[in-house]
Design a protein around this ligand. Sequence first.
Ligand code: IDP
Ligand code: MG
Length: 156
Amino acid sequence: METTLIILKPDAVQRGLMGRIISRFEDKGLQIVGLKMMTISKDLAASHYEAHNAKPFYNALVSFMTSSPVVVMALRGNNAIAVARKMMGATFGSNAEPGTIRGDFGVSNSFNLIHGSDSPEAAERELGLFFKPEELQTWDRACECWVYDLSAGKPE
Ligand code: IDP
Ligand code: MG
């Protein structure tokens, strides 16, 4: 099982889309193991987006991400990183496919509603930036055996 870091960006919170976006992940069968609202500091945004610090959009990105509260979420599931990225859609709202979160709820290329880790290494690093270990909950989901086929001893 993988765990991925999702951020509902300031535009998602301001536009009242938190519940609808969270519901998509619950409906899909991903398990929420961490969830909180916070305002991201400049330092945290800089660490989170350090790979982009030479990009022309970097300052605007940090300013956007720190401008208003966000919701951060840890989502667990089989291939959770790729599953969540596919549900998010392409980076730019203007060309994200209908049916994806970015494709259905936004049209902007920079205000694109959601962040999701893009690799296991990124997920581990980002979960560590946003959650203390005790903020992540390991809990047995009552419906687990209907979300996954567990008959072979591993989730299929
Ligand atoms: P991702 O969020 O789909 O992984 P990245 O390339 O990692 O996309 O970029 C991080 C974030 O930076 C994007 O989600 C978006 O908010 C912003 N961004 C990326 N490229 C541009 C751009 O060309 N103009 C404005 N903002 C951008
Ligand atoms: Mg990225």
